[in-house]
Write a protein that binds this ligand. Sequence first.
Ligand code: HEC
Ligand code: HEC
Length: 295
Amino acid sequence: MLGGSPVKASRRYLSVCLLVSSAAASHTAVAETALERGAYLVEGIANCGNCHAPQAPSGAEPLTPLSGGPAIPTPAFTAYPPNITPDRQAGIGSWTEDQLVAAMRGGRTPDGRMLRPPMPVPFYRSISDADAHAIAAYVLSRPPVAGKSPPSQFKFPAPASYGPPVGHVAAPPHENQVAYGAYLGSMGHCMLCHTPVGPDGQRDYAHRLGAGGLVMEGVFNRVVTANITPDKETGIGTWTDADISRALTTGERPDGRRLSSPMPVAYLARLTPEDLAALIAWLRSLPPIANRVEH
Ligand code: HEC
Ligand code: HEC
């Protein structure tokens, strides 16, 4: 679904990236345990807590227990992201690491339920085996927290499947900066929020990827997502890398306005400089789409 188009880049551009990222690759090769990697991903780009942690209107903070998040109301459902701490009664304390990996990437729980949106299963499918296990090991290593979340209410049935079973997923391509940025962008499920829904109520990833304009409501009140394609008039095409970096990691736009939750700024602030650069290279490679968003 997100394959293909984001990874379009000229051959010349790619060869420049290859030179630049060989230095980055040797840096990321520094030994890191699975739990350290899991902490980096969960409290960073994967931002599980942006939905699964309690939060104030200003947003969720990394390191807040994943004990269940506030309601996400939409016309089609009111979802309560559940307690995913390892509490045996209220959370997922009876799940194994493999079962958590299967739920994240395939959407199926150990008791056979299919997870429903906005749990970003379609975006998490591409998480590599090593990263998925690192995430699951870290989530299951956190302290258990009691307290069950209210049941979610949906006006449509759960999906029958999210596609063929996820088998082996290889490690992301560190040597190709745009492709590695696309891998991070999928884990960050940027396009879940930044792609508008079409007349059929589905997000139009084929024609409107990143065009913004999705209206979101929740503890943060009403907010409209931005056009993050490189369109020069209506997107971020005229922003410098430093502008984008500042917006993603501090929430400050070039005009000084501060970005509202649920944009996961506190999480993206924890990205390494190499990962941030890859994410930005990927954003710049997206097809520009003209779509003026009124905030
Ligand atoms: C955009 C919001 C969002 C994000 C981000 C998110 N989730 Fe979820 N998650 C949900 C919602 C909503 C549900 C409930 C779905 C349902 O009721 O079918 C859910 C359900 C789950 C469940 C099922 C728990 C149960 O007992 O049924 C697990 C496990 C889970 N998420 C793990 C994760 C992990 C791990 C991450 C980060 C890697 C994550 N989620 C990120 C929204 C999110
Ligand atoms: C849970 C929803 C959500 C997710 C996930 C999300 N964003 Fe956002 N983003 C928003 C919202 C909402 C805004 C607008 C906030 C405002 O206007 O105050 C925004 C604003 C932005 C902006 C500012 C653009 C402008 O013109 O103001 C950028 C850049 C951006 N997001 C990039 C990203 C990237 C890259 C990712 C993935 C790593 C991402 N976002 C993930 C909801 C999200």
